[in-house]
Design a protein around this ligand. Structure first.
Ligand code: NAG
Ligand code: NAG
Ligand code: NAG
Ligand code: NAG
Ligand code: NAG
Ligand code: NAG
Ligand code: NAG
Ligand code: NAG
Length: 504
């Protein structure tokens, strides 16, 4: 279906009355409803900022919104799409310079750039990069900014504005009093928790850009250095805690305690010991919480997938044969180790330690076990996924919780009685069952506290008790899921049972 309409930005020209300085803080703005309600039973508000306050304009994005508003059959879902699809561009582009090839993208209510969040904040714009060169430039500038971060601090996941932006760094109370090795400079690093999936996020964003543009110019010196640093981390963090002579091996350690807000970590900030298993360890989870066991199955699954993509891209563009070879070796080693060391009776463990220790649970963030099909690690019909999914969406998962109105998977980041809408989005990506998909979709739509945006978590006891009114990644992930349904299950969400694919 070819429905891109250009020139939509012109329609806004007359409305640009507010200067950016007068723009309301979106953390506050997103806590109360605005605009006229949608015409469905949920009557959801219109939550896009005033055009003058939007942080990036894209005609391609506006065209998709117009398409989807006319195609979606439920006006409440259409309103959610309209609010969420542009949220990253509307609210999170704090700095962008095409000339400097740098962009600073915040997560929403926290003024820092997370490698994981940005990869997902832009994931649903992928197919538009070919038709919107300005948007493609922006993504390339995000990659270059992150390439510099990763080159210097491959163990960190969240960063301060680039100096070229002139923006002041933000203070992070949770980093005060934290001892981290290798040490970091807080003018560049917002928080140095080592989360394996952050590095996967950088690879995913690079892949998204390349696959949708065929442009190799992002593979500059910064990017190549970042890739080398990623392999350094993979090599270091796949090693066991003790070598054969019982020398203690630590390349990275992190601990709070002694009055810091962040917790004390056992064993000199290293956490639980691990044995070699072929997997790559992590120190924190994608939720920024400490790992119990170092080998996080879903992060390794994501790494295995992204390393294969990296190798393909390097081979296609005839670059860095040594890197592509290593990427393939690691990808298959990790893939095999996941199947050999984390699965028992068809059930994946969320974390393992290489000694046989397994923690069967799921955490709400992505990568999660529920999101394995979304990550591209396996097919939704894989028997191990089907069996694991059934367990995860039941009381057998310590972090599953169900109330009268809302249910899903949460995590210790908030608490067990606040499941995350994001877990229901992952569940939709992992299902072909119409009834199951619609149930998850309306669990999400019914539970925005009447605010028409996707929140971090939602209490199972109280409809207005949620966390994070402005969480750009969750909004992007929701919109990405709606577009996925419009393509693979059009009859479920569109007026006509005819597949819709943006950008075509
Ligand atoms: C987006 O467009 C509006 C007018 O439609 C304008 O006021 C605003 O400054 C633009 N934003 C950016 C970042 O260019
Ligand atoms: C950086 O660390 C110093 C020393 O601990 C502290 O005084 C300062 O506030 C920190 N800066 C930021 C931006 O967090
Ligand atoms: C912490 O990591 C550094 C390397 O970054 C290492 O030199 C040091 O020995 C480690 N300390 C502990 C207590 O593990
Ligand atoms: C990229 O190149 C491939 C192979 O030449 C081609 O099939 C594809 O359409 C191109 N994609 C874009 C976005 O230009
Ligand atoms: C690949 O080879 C290049 C050029 O010799 C080198 O600079 C780079 O460090 C190597 N990368 C890896 C991951 O081995
Ligand atoms: C969503 O709310 C409607 C009432 O507005 C209700 O009929 C429906 O069952 C709810 N869906 C779910 C999955 O809770
Ligand atoms: C529900 O949560 C809201 C927001 O946190 C709070 O103000 C309200 O008191 C809670 N209601 C009950 C019945 O606990
Ligand atoms: C949409 O069409 C597909 C294939 O033609 C069919 O399998 C599916 O049942 C239809 N869905 C609805 C909701 O009509």
């Amino acid at each position: 279906m070819k429905m891109i309409r250009w020139g939509l930005a012109l329609a806004f020209a007359g409305l640009a009355t507010q200067s950016v300085a007068q723009c309301p803080d979106y953390t506050q703005y997103s806590q109360t409803p605005h605009g006229g309600p949608s015409s469905g039973p949920l009557g959801l508000p219109f939550m896009r900022p005033d055009p003058a306050c939007r942080t990036f304009n894209s005609t391609a994005v506006e065209a998709i919104i117009t398409d989807m508003k006319s195609l979606l059959k439920d006006p409440d879902i259409a309103r959610l799409f309209e609010n969420t699809f542009p949220n990253t561009l509307d609210t999170t582009v704090r700095y962008y310079s095409k000339e400097q090839n740098l962009a600073f993208i915040i997560t929403g209510d926290i003024t820092a750039q997370w490698l994981r969040d940005t990869a997902n904040q832009f994931a649903h714009y992928g197919t538009l990069l070919g038709s919107d060169p300005e948007l493609a430039q922006l993504v390339k500038a995000v990659i270059n900014n992150e390439a510099r971060y990763v080159s210097e601090y491959p163990y960190c996941g969240s960063f301060q504005p680039p100096p070229e932006s002139g923006l002041a760094p933000s203070h992070n109370d949770w980093a005060d009093g934290v001892t981290v090795n290798p040490p970091v400079n807080n003018q560049t690093v917002f928080e140095c928790k080592y989360e394996l999936d952050s590095l996967c996020g950088f690879l995913k964003l690079s892949r998204l850009y390349y696959r949708n543009t065929n442009d190799t110019s992002f593979m500059n010196e910064n990017w190549r250095t970042a890739i080398d640093q990623i392999f350094r981390v993979i090599n270091e963090q796949s090693q066991p805690t003790f070598d054969e002579h019982f020398n203690f091996i630590s390349f990275y350690n992190w601990t709070g305690g002694n009055g810091a807000l962040s917790p004390m970590v056992d064993n000199g900030g290293n956490g639980e010991p691990k044995a070699y298993s072929g997997l790559v360890g992590t120190h924190h989870r994608p939720s920024d919480d400490l790992s119990i066991f170092a080998y996080l199955t879903p992060a390794n699954a994501m790494l295995s997938v992204e390393l294969t993509h990296l190798a393909e891209i390097l081979d296609q563009t005839h670059q860095l044969r040594n890197v592509s070879q290593q990427a393939r070796e690691w990808s298959s080693r990790i893939h095999n180790a996941i199947w050999d060391t984390t699965v028992v009776d068809n059930i994946f463990a969320y974390e393992t330690n290489g000694f046989g220790g397994r923690y069967v649970m799921d955490d709400a963030n992505v990568p999660s076990l529920l999101s394995l099909p979304y990550l591209g690690f396996l097919e939704k019909h894989n028997p191990a996924y089907v069996a694991t999914r059934k367990l995860l969406l039941s009381a057998k998962n310590p972090y599953y919780a169900a109330g009268a109105k809302f249910r899903g998977v949460g995590g210790p980041h908030v608490n067990p009685w606040h499941p995350w809408p994001m877990s229901q989005i992952s569940a939709i990506f992992g299902s072909d069952d119409d009834r199951e998909i619609l149930t998850s979709l309306y669990l999400i739509a019914n539970n925005t506290a009447g605010l028409g945006l996707i929140h971090e978590s939602q209490s199972i006891y109280n409809e207005t008790d949620y966390t994070r009114s402005w969480f750009a990644w969750a909004n992007s992930f929701f919109a990405e899921m709606i577009l996925d349904l419009a393509e693979r299950k059009p009859g479920l969400v569109l007026k006509e049972n005819k597949s819709y694919k943006p950008g075509l």
